[in-house]
Design a binder for this molecule. Structure first.
Ligand code: T6T
Length: 314
């Protein structure tokens, strides 16, 4: 791959062996609990799961909390566990707060598969499928370096502390920034997955530090709000914005020039490999405990070509 479409997949063999599952031995009852409803990343994941469910001949039901919030997700998981499905695919919204519910799922004999996010003790799951989130954070800094080679102040706009994916993205970004003396890391801010909050936080950050050269927005909703805040501050094009994820809004922002690059994950593959792992575990087959999926860097230059395939479904 060339520089702009660097698909990163450190564990390609694991990914392909995870996919090598045939028809299930019976029509298993499987539940998928998203991190939050209405998020194109999880919608695309659901599509990947449903397509694979048809191929394998199993039934999957999907639900999710109305906010990315463990106090709302925990009761959903607890009620799923009490209904005793054969397997549970879940994107836990907090590394600590969701642990007990998943321990209970395992204790009830339910095969747990972590999709996207993880928990403090992932041994509760038969498999964990996720992007290379640390690598994605590093890739975001590489993109800022290309767009603002002179160096300067950079900031990260996250969701909430305690989410494995965004914490790992922030870590990958922070370590890369700190290793380059031309750049100054202004730290991470938390938008609670609310675009309006992200927008306000960015506007305030730009008031305080008008010379910020780049912002890394760590998921769909932080990127949406970051783009708005930068536009409203009259800084479009002056501050480079790298967003994680590629929903329709983010692609529109890329085309409009309020965002300069997007790091597109592969949510449908995460879902597909997650279902394969669940069925393999149920049928006594070989289960790959950890699968890392790739990502694609989207810019204005590739979004109408190959990059278009990486855009999430809404
Ligand atoms: O970035 C994804 C997901 O990987 C993360 O765990 C939470 O936010 C998203 O769903 C995007 O909104």
């Amino acid at each position: 791959p060339d520089d702009d479409t660097a698909a990163v997949n450190d564990d390609a063999s694991a990914a392909s062996s995870a996919a090598a599952v045939d028809k299930a031995s019976k029509n298993y009852n499987i539940q998928f609990v998203q991190g939050v409803q209405g998020d194109e990343f999880y919608i695309s994941m659901q599509c990947g799961i449903e397509e694979e469910a048809k191929r394998l001949g199993v039934t999957v039901k999907t639900q999710g909390p109305t906010k990315f919030d463990p106090t709302l997700q925990k009761p959903i998981v607890d009620s799923v566990v009490s209904a005793k499905p054969d397997a549970l695919l879940v994107a836990p919204t907090d590394v600590t707060a969701m642990q007990t519910s998943l321990n209970q799922a395992k204790a009830a004999g339910i095969k747990v598969v972590l999709v996207d996010t993880t928990v403090d003790d992932p041994s509760v799951a038969v498999s964990a499928i996720a992007s290379d989130n640390v690598g994605g954070g590093k890739a975001a800094f590489d993109a800022i370096k290309k767009l603002a080679p002179q160096g300067g102040k950079v900031l990260a706009m996250s969701v909430d502390p305690g989410i494995s994916t965004t914490d790992q993205r922030a870590k990958g970004f922070e370590d890369a920034v700190k290793a380059d003396s031309k750049y100054e890391y202004l730290g991470v801010q938390y938008s609670h997955n609310d675009p309006a909050t992200a927008s306000n936080l960015i506007s305030a950050a730009l008031q305080k530090d008008p010379d910020i050269v780049g912002v890394f927005a760590l998921n769909l909703f932080s990127a949406e709000g970051t783009a708005t805040g930068i536009r409203q501050s009259g800084k479009t094009g002056k501050v480079q914005v790298i967003g994680f994820d590629a929903g329709p809004n983010q692609v529109a922002a890329l085309r409009a020039g309020t965002v300069q690059a997007l790091i597109a994950q592969q949510p449908a593959e995460i879902g597909k490999f997650g279902l394969d792992a669940a069925v393999a575990a149920l049928d006594g087959g070989q289960v790959t405990p950890k699968v890392q999926t790739g990502f694609t860097i989207l810019t204005k230059d590739n979004i109408d070509g190959d990059g278009a395939k990486a855009v999430y479904k809404s």
